[in-house]
Ligand binder design. Structure first.
Ligand SMILES: [Zn+2]
Length: 244
C-alpha cells in the first residue's frame, strides 16, 4: 500500500498525516483502494479497504472524524469521532481525533498550528476554493483559537494539476488571473493548488511553512481521479491528527 506522506509535517513527531492512494485495496476494477461507501462499491470491500488503510496508519476508525462533503464553505469544530453532515472543513484541538477529508481530484488542505495545538482538514474543490474555504478556515483559527497565521504549517495535497485540469471560462474567472491559462479551444487550465496557496499567503501563512505536493491525480494512475475515471471513481482519504 502506498501512502502519501508530508515532508513538512515530518518536522512534528506529534502529527500523524497520511493520504491513501489507489494501491493496496480489494475493490474490483479501478476502484482498488476506494474508501467511500457512496460510489457504488461493495460495502464489504470498502470496509476491508478502510481497515487496511487505518491499520497501515496505526489508528482505529473509531477515532476518525468524517465529513459528508457538499462543496460548501461550512467549517465544523469537532470534539469527537464520527460523521459530520454538510461541511467541507473540520477543526479540532483534541488529541487522537483524526480528521479525514475525502478526495478524488479535489485538493485536500491540511493545517497545523504547533503553538496552539490546533489542526484543520479542508476539502477544497474548485467550488470551495472559489468560495475561499481555506482563507475562511485560517480566519476561524485566528478568531476562535487565537492562532497566529505565521505559526501555521500547511500541506496542499495531490489533486488535479494545472497540467490537466481543463475548465470553462465561467469557472476560471472565479480565480486570480495567475491561477489559469487559456487554451486554443477557449477553455482554461486551472491551478487549484496555487489558488489555495495564495489564500494561505494572503492570510499571513509563511511561504516556507507551505508544502505543495507536486503530483496530479488526473495524470498519475496511482491516485483516484473523478475527471479520469468518471462520477463513480474511487475516493481517497487524507488524514491528520495530533497523537501527543
Ligand atoms: Zn496533470
Amino acid at each position: 500500500m502506498t501512502i502519501v506522506r508530508s515532508e513538512i509535517f515530518k518536522r512534528f513527531p506529534e502529527i500523524l498525516f497520511g493520504m491513501s492512494t489507489n494501491s493496496g485495496g480489494v475493490s474490483s476494477g479501478t476502484l482498488g483502494l476506494n474508501l467511500s461507501f457512496h460510489v457504488n462499491d461493495n460495502p464489504d470491500d470498502v470496509k476491508e479497504n478502510r481497515k487496511r488503510f487505518f491499520a497501515q496508519l496505526g489508528i482505529s476508525e473509531d477515532h476518525v472524524a468524517f465529513t459528508r462533503q457538499q462543496h460548501t464553505v461550512n467549517i465544523v469544530t469537532v470534539n469527537q469521532s464520527g460523521i459530520n453532515e454538510n461541511c467541507d472543513a473540520l477543526i479540532t484541538g483534541k488529541r487522537n481525533i483524526f480528521l479525514s477529508i475525502s478526495v478524488a481530484d479535489c485538493t485536500p488542505v491540511m493545517l497545523y498550528d504547533p503553538r496552539e495545538n490546533i489542526i484543520a482538514g479542508i476539502h477544497a474543490g474548485w467550488r470551495g476554493t472559489a468560495g475561499r474555504i481555506t482563507e475562511k478556515t485560517v480566519l476561524q483559527l485566528k478568531n476562535d483559537y487565537n492562532c497566529d497565521p505565521a505559526e501555521i504549517v500547511a500541506f496542499i495535497g495531490p489533486s488535479a494539476g494545472k497540467c490537466c485540469y481543463e475548465v470553462g471560462e465561467e469557472v476560471a474567472s472565479q480565480f486570480p488571473e495567475r491561477c489559469s491559462s487559456v487554451l486554443p479551444n477557449g477553455k482554461y487550465l486551472l491551478d487549484v493548488k496555487l489558488a489555495n496557496a495564495i489564500q494561505l499567503l494572503e492570510c499571513g501563512v509563511r511561504n516556507s511553512n507551505i508544502e505543495v505536493h507536486k503530483e496530479c491525480t488526473i495524470e498519475n494512475g496511482l491516485y483516484h481521479s473523478h475527471r479520469r475515471d468518471g462520477k463513480g471513481s474511487g475516493r481517497m482519504l487524507a488524514i491528520i491528527g495530533m497523537t501527543k
